[in-house]
Design a protein around this ligand. Structure first.
Ligand code: DGL
Length: 281
């Protein structure tokens, strides 16, 4: 047993727990599996209570803690909070709930990716209402680039579009224009040069987003950077797995819907039978 193992009782074979309010976090799971193919994953989407992005902070904390407790019953060695809203509002509570297990959110990795990509320091962040209200992105970006000029926009309808699988076409495009035109229809020196997708549902909307912001804006999300953080954290604790490779999917509502829409996010075929229904009580 290494030090961490004897201290916490977890082993490298335990799962990496991944949690989101729905299926958006599958974009993070995809990046995690690409980077760490030998790991065992258990993913929980709280589809019965989605969206979190329009709920109060107290509800988001309560739901997130229940989800983490459920995932903990599946023998996890760390938790990835693959939901920006839960990362922005519930990270401290989740760390307390699961201590000493590491809990990794996606806001810090998203901010890191945005700061690295931006040359001008003009950074736009799109997220849910809850994430924007909490100011977590501003805080995380300012900690890295105090001079940054940050524009944030709550784009709640994007979550519905993504969940509906309406990821391209005229409706998606009209909504993208509605949310982003005023932030990007500016003289070139004032325009953001980077757009951070501060919601794990948004990467599937890359086509309409690209159409609105144009080719000269760098679009980043937290998935890849978060997977690097997870790898570094597990390596430091000597908890990387070299012999796994499994994936378990849990949802709190319709397995059929999860499989149908989830396959767009995971970019892999998925059947309802691959998804297990759980009750968070
Ligand atoms: N996946 C959530 C996030 O990243 C958005 C969906 C929701 O509102 O629950 O913030």
């Amino acid at each position: 047993l290494n030090n961490y193992e004897s201290f916490s009782g977890v082993s490298p074979q335990a799962h990496i727990g991944v949690f989101d309010s729905g299926i958006g976090g599958l974009t993070v799971l995809r990046a995690l599996r690409e980077r760490l193919p030998q790991e065992n994953f258990v993913y929980l989407g709280d589809t019965a209570r989605l969206p979190y992005g329009t709920k109060s902070a107290a509800s988001v904390v309560r739901y997130s803690v229940q989800a983490a407790q459920t995932l903990n019953q599946f023998r996890i060695k760390c938790l990835v909070v693959a939901c920006n809203t839960a990362s922005a509002l519930a990270l401290d509570s989740l760390r307390q709930t699961l201590a000493p297990l590491p809990v990794i959110g996606v806001v810090e990795p998203g901010a890191e990716a945005g700061c690295r990509a931006s040359r001008s320091g003009r950074i736009a962040v799109i997220a849910t209402e809850g994430t924007v209200r909490g100011g977590a992105y501003e805080h995380a970006i300012r900690a890295r680039r105090p001079e940054a000029h940050i524009v944030t926009r709550a784009c709640s309808l994007f979550v519905a579009l993504a969940e509906e699988g309406l990821v391209s076409g005229s409706i998606a495009s009209a909504i993208a224009h509605h949310y982003l035109d005023d932030a990007f229809n500016l003289a070139s020196l004032q325009r953001p040069d980077t757009l951070v997708l501060g919601c794990t549902h948004f990467p599937v909307l890359i086509d309409p987003l690209r159409e609105v912001v144009g080719d000269d804006v760098t679009i980043v999300d937290s998935a890849r950077t978060a997977s690097i953080t997870v790898e570094a954290t597990l390596r430091e604790k000597e908890l990387l797995n070299a012999n796994g490779g499994s994936m378990q999917l849990l949802a709190t509502d319709s397995r059929e819907r999860f499989a149908r829409v989830g396959s767009v996010f995971l970019q892999e075929p998925m059947q309802a039978a691959d998804v297990q229904l759980v009750d968070l009580g």
